[in-house]
Design a protein around this ligand. Sequence first.
Ligand code: AMP
Length: 589
Amino acid sequence: MGKVIGIDLGTTNSCVSVVENGAPIMVPNGTGKMTTPSVVAFSKNGERLVGETARRQAVTNTDRTISSVKRQMGTDWSVRIDGTEYKPQTVSAMILMQLKKDAENYLGEPVTDAVITVPAYFNDIQRQATKDAGRIAGLNVLRIVNEPTGAALSYGLNHGENQKVMVYDLGGGTFDVSIIEIGEGVIEVLATSGDNHLGGDDFDERIANWMVKQFKEEQHYDLSRDLAVMQRVREAAEQAKKELSSAETAHIVLPYLVQTKGEPLHLDMTLSRTQFEELVKDLVERTAVPVQNALADAGIAASELGRVLLVGGSTRMPVVQKKVRELTGKEPSRNINPDECVATGAAILGSTLQGNALMTVGNGSNLLLLDVIPLSLSIETVGGVATRLIERNSTLPVKYSKVFTTAAPYQRDVEINVLQGERPMARDNKTIGKFRLKGIRKAPAGVPQIEVTFDIDTNGILKVSAKDLDTLKEQSITITAGDRMSDAEIEQAIRDARQYAGQDNLRTEALEVMGDAQHLLNRVQQALKAAGKQADKAKKKQIKTDSVQLQKLLTKMRVDKITKEEVEDLRRCKTQLEMSAGSLLNGGM
Ligand code: AMP
């Protein structure tokens, strides 16, 4: 059985963990780092870049670089590059493919099974989109699990005692608070709350705006006009923010940032931690309401919390830690790594799903994971009312049926509008699916009995079915969630991804052969020089002819347009030169 990887698919960074020899370890990427930027880009010659390379070139290639795609998951956002339209799922899949590839390189074996984490606040469509991204990337997604649950799992492994824990997760783009109960063999999410649009990126932006304002005042130049310049400004802002987590002041220097009247302008500023904290005061304050809501939903007071876990890189900011202390009256726990614990928790869960004994907690019983649904689910009934079937924070998996009837006489079909949200009127909630139940027997209003069932699996994915209790026939229903990708679209995306994988492999192969060929040419040249006049004339002529031919092929090769035949040709020419120059290279002629 192959290993299951745990993936923390973050807004700004992603990371991968795997259980090896009974303990979770972080999987480094190709550059040896434990986190990979969740950035995808297309270079000018059409090459696809993912991770650090994509992030690094973002400055000079702003409009062909996609960052923070997680914010778009489950929406109908798309981007068109070189005539191809990319949806959030396909972009996410590219990140997942890279993580999969890095894990395979590191582990030296194929990886297909994965557990992927999502913010607790993600709705059904966003979860489904994440699962689809995994499928497109060639991953068998065993579970979609809430990020705070991942953190609790990684924490639960080290400290098995019974307690209620708050997970305060402030990442790059999202904020989640969860109240979790860690018991004997059970980790249960009691309540979740959060803000899908609050994270470290917002803090960077505050500094970036401050820099733009200062620059305008000091140098009378508006930096915000130029996208590429702003990318550099934002990167410097993030760097300064990170520095301020440990230092009292940050020195921001961007030499030769812009030119005006032929003169270069340099940016050189100092930001103090106090100034920074003033700039982000309201952002930090915004985390208070979700904290209070989560506590209220779980029905506990802050004083009943056993521990507070900090997750996400942004919780490294002292001002955030201070706020958490203020809100909970507790000193946040420092035992877990805020960047890695979500992925390690996912890896632990993955290993549990494979039935490994390691993942037992406390008394040795199997770990049971209980998640909750973040928002209530209802259907629209007479008068535009949202009639609840499943309450928010119900523990998963959950199934609930309710019998409905018709509102008009002799009504043959009904439209069922599936809603997500807490508001009493249908129109104030989000429609996540609609279906029409057809073929109801003619009867006066209120007579037909239609049983609607909501069934949510352990991944938080909803299935809705309907049954006419009169005919006892289960009707076929179609749910059309406009935001979701259709099966056909997913299949197409999988085909595209495979095609890309093939192309990527060919490019890697080509680069290898090209490197070898160049190396051979250099060696031959040196050997020819060293042999001088002693070399056999005829042989020398042959070697020169073969060298010229190989060099010609090399020069005209374009990796981004490479074909299989060209790689074969190159390989053939290289072998030819190896044969003719064999004895020369071995010291004889
Ligand atoms: P995550 O999504 O958990 O990887 O968090 C990424 C966010 O954490 C980004 O906005 C980073 O800028 C931020 N971050 C990482 N390290 C630090 C730090 N030392 N101080 C402040 N923010 C940080």
